[in-house]
Write a protein that binds this ligand. Structure first.
Ligand SMILES: [Zn+2]
Length: 429
């Protein structure tokens, strides 16, 4: 039970666009919409959009095993600051989340976090090693519905086929990191003129499209539900569009960084632009953006991948770790190029990921009686990211002006983040 909160002066997402109205939050729910309602705490939402809190289906929380990069608490704080009310933790921890017991342990830790919902994905294969299927049945029994060997592709068509058969009838999805490793060994960025200029090995678009094409054929044979992670190329977009046209159960995500940057960012050898899949060409960026806007790509997912300074800047481009953080900058990164399109922003960052990822208390247009999981977002605020609540700072937006900033995040009726300060509950647990 928390005191009532009035979100005052903003524009609220409705089924027919934004509408100027106040929002009263009480006892974890949206208790009133309209003028003349009053709350014990008032949040100034002038100039802001109010909509369902963001949902991330691709977060690396690094717990257990790599807590020097991030843990559930620091990742949760970063997520709240980014406007998220639910995130899905990837299973490539140390050890990998590949058994019912490990799922239960992670969910137990997640339940200790009172500021957002943390779901847990399970590995497809034991240890993510691509040799034998993991205990999919046991993890299903613990409630897991999202399976991935993220960091690597499911190693073979045979394993993917067997996994889809094992998951059949359970409303579960396999989320694929599409990278044919035989084409990317020793490579650190996109294959192309920038890699040639730097004299480093590149990853061809083919590494992504081969796996997507393989997976779509396995979906066609099994009826399994497939999600394609971090789409990076125009060629991948074409494959996904064709699969959807055919009516296959295929969904896809794009990351803020693949939507914002191309491979020329690496001309200065900055390891904060090194990730898998790599930043591609300007034409790929344009195609991925268009696919997100037209819905071929269903949603934005951060692939928030914390690494320490020693593992990134300190190691240099060639030896640095792959991956960047993104929870705290995602909405700004999207708004900066997308412009003021609230329906697109809230659908791709909240409504679609909540529906596809099964977060039933999230991703709904605000109505009276619904769970109060909300974000207050100022679409015109300009700012420069410099510091992070994440334990890591490997962020490509450091020092770059962006537009759009989270003013407040409401989780189950309580303020989990407001105006650059931690919530009172978080500061004094
Ligand atoms: Zn991945």
């Amino acid at each position: 039970m928390t005191g009532s909160i009035l979100l005052h002066g903003g524009e609220v997402l409705t089924d027919s666009g934004l509408q100027r109205t106040d929002v009263l939050v009480r006892d974890g729910e949206i208790a009133g919409l309209g003028e003349g309602v009053a709350g014990e705490t008032s949040v100034d939402c002038s100039g802001c959009w109010i909509g369902p809190g963001f949902v991330d289906l691709h977060t690396h929380l690094r717990e257990p095993g790599q807590e020097h990069k991030e843990d559930m608490a620091s990742g949760a704080a970063a997520a709240s600051a980014g406007g998220y009310t639910a995130i899905l933790a990837m299973p490539n921890t140390a050890p990998a989340i590949d058994t019912a017991d490990r799922v239960a342990a992670s969910l137990g830790r997640a339940r200790e976090i009172s500021t957002l919902d943390i779901g847990v994905a399970g590995a497809v294969t034991e240890g993510r090693l691509g040799e034998r299927l993991a205990d999919l049945e046991g993890m299903l029994a613990e409630g897991v519905r999202w399976f991935t060997d993220d960091g690597d592709s499911v190693a073979s068509a045979g394993l993917l086929h067997a996994a889809f058969q094992a998951l059949h009838g359970n409303d579960a999805t396999i989320s694929e990191h599409a990278e044919d490793a035989s084409l990317t060994a020793g490579a650190i960025m996109n294959a192309g003129e920038v890699a040639d200029l730097l004299g480093v090995r590149g990853m061809p678009a083919l590494a992504e499209t081969l796996i997507i094409a393989r997976d779509i054929q396995v979906v066609r044979a099994t009826g399994g539900s497939l999600h394609i992670q971090h789409v990076s190329t125009g060629a991948a977009v074409e494959l996904i569009a064709a699969a959807k046209e055919e009516g296959l159960p295929v969904t896809a995500e794009a990351t803020p960084h693949h939507l914002a940057f191309d491979h020329t960012e690496l001309e200065h050898r900055d390891p904060r632009f090194k990730m898998k899949p790599p930043l591609r060409t300007a034409s790929d960026v344009a195609n991925v953006r268009a696919a997100l806007v037209d819905g071929t790509i269903d949603l934005v997912a951060t692939d928030h991948a914390p690494h320490s300074e020693a593992e990134t800047i300190g190691a240099g481009l060639e030896d640095g770790a792959f991956g960047v953080i993104g929870l705290e900058t995602a909405a700004a990164a999207i708004t900066t190029w997308l412009g003021p399109k609230p329906e697109v922003l809230f659908d791709r960052m909240s409504i679609a990921p909540a529906r596809i990822g099964g977060f039933s208390r999230h991703g709904k247009v605000p109505v009276v009686g619904a769970p109060a999981n909300l974000v207050v977002f100022d679409p015109t605020a300009e700012w420069v990211p410099t510091e992070f609540r994440s334990r890591s700072a490997n962020c490509p937006w450091i020092g770059r002006a962006v537009r759009g900033r989270v003013r407040a995040t409401i989780f189950e009726g309580a303020i989990s983040f407001q105006d650059g300060s931690m919530s009172p509950r978080e500061a004094h647990p």
